[in-house]
Design a protein around this ligand. Structure first.
Ligand code: HEC
Ligand code: HEC
Ligand code: HEC
Ligand code: HEC
Ligand code: HEC
Ligand code: HEC
Ligand code: HEC
Ligand code: HEC
Ligand code: HEC
Ligand code: HEC
Ligand code: HEC
Ligand code: HEC
Ligand code: HEC
Length: 447
């Protein structure tokens, strides 16, 4: 995987060979020596050339290219110090942007100059052992190690000498991980939305070496997201009506995919599927119970437009809201509410407000002749709110008219019968009344 960054200078090697000489016999330090064909004899320095993999000169029992005898005695100096010794034969390619500290000073902190049990004579072995000589803390306190780290393959990601990339990485951070994690690369490639850091920095969320959880995440839940979305979270936390989904279970990941998605907003599925994954049961709170929305929809024959489009966030703020029921816009919660501008902004985001504004109109179907029955019910001091008649999500009656509506402690029945030109409403509010757009009945009780 590494391209050779060092080139041999054979020129130097060749001249060094001419100096070849060696000692015969055992010498005390500083004793005079006779130069023989090699320093390696039956008695002497056999250990230097015993390794399984021998360094070129040592393999040829050449010592003088590196060790120079002083005044013909059994005393040696190196022909050069530090890395210069090695650079008499090896040449470092042009210096790169990031140079590993020890590479700049002394090669023998990592390499055995004579030979070793691995091809590159790395001290401590070819695996992590050599790196851990100095970096003994990279896997400290980790209970889960990343595959390549667990088997000691540091150099599958890092250059030991120098690199063009920060962190001595062998390739740009954007492609380092996907080179092995092809499944994640494919997930990104086919996606509609890709989470920005996934394209630039996998290590923004995963510790590349390991961690204390399965996926080596530095923190769990919302804290993982907080590291980059602090502003967003501060805003969400200010909502008057927070949403339990933000904090319970997997927090943000209750709804969001971490890498990529086929849904806008990086959602793990369409909003209806997401929301109903929790709202498929009643949720009991201290003071009230939240309805089972999945059950509402399952029984219904008349689904509200945005529900048919599986778009729950057309009306709700998934992260919490200043409006009750985490709605996007104001909508009265009561049975009665004075009609005022802005009170029904939620509905008038999509519907035309003339529906309730004009006493006489044909802009609504809920009229007797041209007498606007929406105006009649809603647009007054003690107005009946939309929820007095319509279920916001779905119902078994046409126009998603409710089957019952809470009125204090009484759950009042609402029976709606539709005709081609109008309808009849039988409720606890009044005697059954009919309306007809073509032949007005003018408030006469239904037959
Ligand atoms: C490529 C250069 C090089 C060659 C060739 C070489 N040495 Fe060395 N040798 C060194 C360096 C550098 C050290 C110091 C090692 C250290 O600090 O880890 C050393 C150290 C030694 C030592 C001190 C003890 C030890 O092992 O650290 C002996 C003995 C020795 N060499 C013998 C030899 C003999 C004998 C040969 C020839 C067969 C030889 N060397 C060839 C570079 C070389
Ligand atoms: C006298 C010349 C000479 C000196 C000085 C020298 N080397 Fe070498 N080195 C060689 C030769 C020759 C080879 C064998 C080249 C080959 O097999 O392709 C070699 C091979 C190596 C290899 C193995 C390369 C491979 O691809 O397998 C390493 C690692 C190495 N040297 C490190 C060092 C280090 C570290 C020093 C300094 C302590 C050093 N060399 C000093 C001549 C030298
Ligand atoms: C931090 C430890 C470290 C230092 C310092 C270091 N090396 Fe290496 N070197 C390695 C490791 C590990 C490998 C094996 C890389 C691999 O397996 O891909 C290696 C490989 C090599 C190779 C063979 C592959 C290649 O790049 O050609 C040579 C030659 C080499 N080193 C020479 C040197 C020289 C010369 C120096 C000093 C200028 C030096 N090294 C300093 C760790 C080090
Ligand atoms: C002799 C001690 C020593 C050995 C052995 C060693 N390192 Fe280092 N390493 C250092 C020092 C000192 C630094 C800090 C100076 C620097 O930035 O290069 C460092 C820094 C690093 C960095 C951070 C570089 C950056 O710019 O962010 C990485 C990554 C690294 N080493 C990886 C390795 C790997 C992989 C190995 C094994 C092949 C290894 N080191 C072996 C001493 C060592
Ligand atoms: C899967 C790839 C991968 C492997 C394998 C790997 N690293 Fe790293 N390492 C990284 C990345 C990515 C960084 C972050 C670099 C940055 O942010 O600058 C890093 C950072 C480092 C650093 C810099 C300081 C730190 O802790 O963040 C050191 C030192 C380091 N690694 C050493 C090692 C050692 C030692 C091994 C083998 C035990 C190893 N690495 C294995 C990818 C890897
Ligand atoms: C050299 C190949 C290689 C590279 C590069 C690599 N990984 Fe891995 N990664 C693996 C292997 C192998 C596993 C273990 C797979 C298994 O157990 O199913 C793994 C496991 C993981 C896991 C745990 C997956 C699970 O299902 O438990 C995560 C998370 C991960 N890697 C993230 C990363 C990140 C982030 C990077 C880049 C910094 C990266 N990997 C780079 C090979 C690699
Ligand atoms: C925004 C944070 C974040 C970023 C950035 C990120 N991940 Fe993840 N990743 C996660 C989370 C959270 C999980 C756990 C998913 C789960 O619990 O199912 C995960 C799971 C994984 C897994 C194991 C499950 C699987 O999907 O196979 C792998 C492998 C993985 N990530 C690799 C990567 C790679 C490669 C990158 C960069 C291309 C990356 N991640 C970027 C947050 C992130
Ligand atoms: C490493 C930084 C980082 C982390 C950690 C992070 N994000 Fe992001 N996220 C970004 C950036 C950068 C963007 C794009 C700019 C923006 O919209 O703020 C983004 C965008 C998003 C988007 C909008 C996507 C779209 O295109 O509509 C969502 C949703 C999101 N992040 C959710 C999360 C969640 C959930 C988590 C925690 C699992 C998380 N992020 C963790 C950096 C991060
Ligand atoms: C109940 C589901 C749900 C949960 C839980 C959730 N989100 Fe979202 N998020 C959404 C939806 C839906 C959108 C799409 C925005 C829209 O259309 O209203 C979104 C959009 C976003 C966006 C991009 C748009 C924006 O408003 O800036 C970010 C960033 C984001 N979410 C972050 C988070 C973070 C961080 C968390 C955890 C604290 C989180 N989300 C929890 C459903 C959720
Ligand atoms: C992880 C489970 C979970 C998911 C997913 C979820 N919710 Fe909730 N939701 C809750 C819980 C728990 C409550 C009750 C606690 C609270 O927020 O007051 C709740 C309450 C609500 C309420 C009533 C709020 C109030 O204050 O009266 C509405 C409305 C709501 N959710 C809509 C949605 C919508 C829309 C979605 C999809 C975007 C959704 N929920 C996704 C768990 C979830
Ligand atoms: C057209 C707007 C709209 C859409 C679309 C919508 N809702 Fe609602 N939702 C409301 C209104 C309005 C309320 C408050 C009703 C009330 O106060 O009686 C509400 C209330 C709720 C409640 C609280 C019920 C309770 O008993 O307090 C939940 C949970 C809920 N919606 C979930 C969903 C889910 C899940 C979806 C998507 C399948 C969805 N909503 C789509 C308007 C909508
Ligand atoms: C996001 C847009 C949107 C919002 C907000 C919205 N609606 Fe609707 N509404 C629709 C669509 C789309 C239809 C379906 C029109 C069609 O089928 O032609 C619809 C239809 C209706 C119908 C008629 C159903 C029928 O079968 O004739 C009623 C009643 C209704 N909405 C009431 C409300 C009420 C009350 C509110 C406020 C709580 C509201 N809507 C908010 C989009 C919306
Ligand atoms: C007194 C009961 C009642 C109230 C209160 C009420 N509606 Fe209606 N609404 C109906 C009936 C009945 C229909 C069906 C008319 C038909 O098609 O015959 C209807 C139809 C609709 C329609 C379908 C289009 C149309 O105008 O015919 C919309 C949209 C609508 N209502 C929205 C609202 C909104 C928004 C509110 C609150 C501001 C509201 N309604 C309050 C009874 C009511």
């Amino acid at each position: 995987m590494t391209t050779p960054s060092l080139i041999l200078r054979f020129r130097v090697l060749a001249s060094a060979l001419l100096l070849a000489a060696a000692a015969a016999g055992v010498y005390a330090a500083n004793a005079e020596i006779k130069l023989g064909p090699s320093c390696v004899t039956g008695e002497c320095h056999g250990d230097v050339v015993k390794a399984e993999f021998l360094h070129g000169p040592a393999n040829m029992s050449q010592c003088e290219p590196c060790h120079v005898p002083v005044n013909g005695r059994h005393e040696f100096t190196a022909i050069a110090t530090g890395r210069d010794l090695c650079l008499t034969c090896h040449e470092v390619e042009e210096e790169k942007a990031v140079v590993h500290g020890p590479f700049q000073t002394d090669c023998v902190v990592c390499h055995n100059p004579h030979g070793d049990s691995n091809r590159h004579f790395v001290k401590g072995g070819a695996g992590a052992g050599s790196c851990l000589l100095c970096h003994d803390n990279v896997t400290q306190d980790m209970t889960h190690l990343h595959g390549p780290v667990a088997v000691g393959e540091c150099v599958v990601c890092h250059e030991p000498h120098q690199s063009d990339h920060k962190g001595l990485l062998i390739e740009p951070r954007a492609t380092l991980c996907t080179g092995c994690h092809i499944d994640v690369a494919q997930e990104i490639e086919g996606a509609l939305v890709v989470h920005e850091p996934v394209e630039t920095e996998c290590a923004g969320c995963h510790n590349p070496h390991g961690g204390t959880s399965q996926f080596f995440l530095p923190t769990e839940g919302a804290d993982l997201c907080r590291s980059c979305h602090e502003d967003f979270l501060v805003k969400a936390n200010e909502a008057k009506f927070p949403h339990g989904a933000m904090t319970e279970g997997k927090a943000c990941r209750n709804c969001h995919a971490p890498h990529a998605s086929s849904q806008q907003g990086l959602l793990s599925t369409d909003t209806s599927g997401l929301c109903l994954s929790c709202h498929d049961k009643e949720i009991h709170r201290e003071n009230d119970t939240i309805d089972n929305v999945a059950a509402q929809l399952a029984e219904a024959t008349s689904l509200h437009g945005p529900i048919r489009e599986k778009n729950c966030v057309a009306c709700h703020q998934a992260h919490g809201s200043d409006v009750a029921s985490i709605l996007n816009k104001p909508f009265p919660r009561e049975f009665y509410a004075p009609y005022e501008e802005g009170a029904y902004d939620l509905c008038f985001e999509c519907h035309d407000s003339t529906l309730v504004e004009q006493e006489k109109t044909v802009a609504t179907q809920f009229r007797d002749g041209d007498r606007n029955l929406h105006f009649l019910h809603v647009n007054r001091e003690k107005g009946r709110t939309c929820r007095a008649c319509h279920a916001e999500h779905a119902s078994v009656q046409p126009h998603h008219v409710r089957t019952e509506v809470p009125f204090g402690r009484w759950s009042m029945k609402v029976e709606f019968t539709k005709t081609d030109t109008g309808g009849t409403c039988a409720t606890g509010c009044h005697v059954p009344y009919a309306y007809d757009r073509v032949k007005p009945v003018a408030g006469a009780p239904a037959q």
